[in-house]
Design a protein around this ligand. Structure first.
Ligand code: AP5
Ligand code: MG
Ligand code: ZN
Length: 207
């Protein structure tokens, strides 16, 4: 099954993606993770992407679409994939339709007013990528899953989160309508415990 995870910054796409990917055996493809990996390695794509991700703007469509098209053509995507953070605007959605067929779009719905606090308090594991929130870490600085070091993403500050939320509202939110019209949209209430949200996703996918 080819699945897309849609949702505002901080809605829980990455958090749920780890669980969906484990349960259904689908490769988790996050364009944000791909850009951060390139930035860390100092590649040409990384140098370009950094100027956009630091400001909370979208990396140009030509670059992003080419990366995703190439990634979906790899062998591990033959049996399906889980896309996290792509597409993010109408152009990307239309491009994706040209090189792949989408079976389900999971829209994780969270009121935007909750997201600033979620993102500014987020800590991410350097080794396995798991996300945490400072409110629940009790001062711990290492990952519960793998012991890796936790860090704060460079774009998780008030100013950049503000931009990311605006970009979401203007460019990404219209995709809810786009996929609803295609009859593939699954709307999931993203407020509640992480396991509860995951259970809602599994139930919706079963149908
Ligand atoms: P990306 O990395 O995709 O960031 P994002 O969309 O802003 O989303 P996040 O990763 O911040 O949030 P998430 O929904 O994964 O939430 P998480 O599970 O971590 O993109 C980064 C940048 O890359 C973009 O700004 C852009 O520049 C560029 N980019 C990426 N894709 C692109 C594209 N297609 N085109 C162009 N540019 C692109 O959870 C967040 C926090 O909430 C955590 O602390 C977590 O513990 C907590 N949490 C999770 N679930 C719950 C819950 N149920 N209750 C309470 N807290 C929860
Ligand atoms: Mg994410
Ligand atoms: Zn870890």
């Amino acid at each position: 099954m080819n699945i897309i995870l849609l949702g505002a910054p901080g809605a829980g796409k990455g958090t749920q993606a780890t669980r969906i990917s484990d349960k259904f055996g689908l490769p988790h493809i996050s364009t944000g993770d791909i850009f951060r990996d390139n930035i860390k390695r100092g590649t040409e794509i990384g140098l370009l992407a950094k100027s956009y991700t630091d400001k909370g703007q979208l990396v140009p469509d030509e670059v992003t679409c080419k990366i995703v098209e190439g990634r979906l053509a790899e062998a591990d995507c033959k049996g399906g994939y889980l896309l996290d953070g792509f597409p993010r605007n109408l152009f990307q959605a239309q491009e994706l339709d040209k090189f792949s067929k989408v079976d389900a779009v999971i829209n994780i719905d969270v009121d935007l007013s909750l997201l600033m606090a979620r993102l500014c308090g987020r800590r991410v594991c350097k080794s396995c990528g798991e996300s945490y929130h400072v409110d629940f870490l009790g001062g711990k600085t290492t990952c519960e899953r793998c012991g890796g070091e936790l860090y704060q993403r460079k774009d998780d500050n008030e100013e950049t989160v503000g931009n990311r939320l605006q970009v979401y509202t203007e460019q990404t939110q219209p995709l809810i309508d786009y996929y609803s019209k295609k009859g593939v949209l699954l709307n999931i209430d993203g407020v509640g415990a992480i396991d509860e949200v995951f259970a809602r996703i599994c139930a919706a996918l079963k149908k």
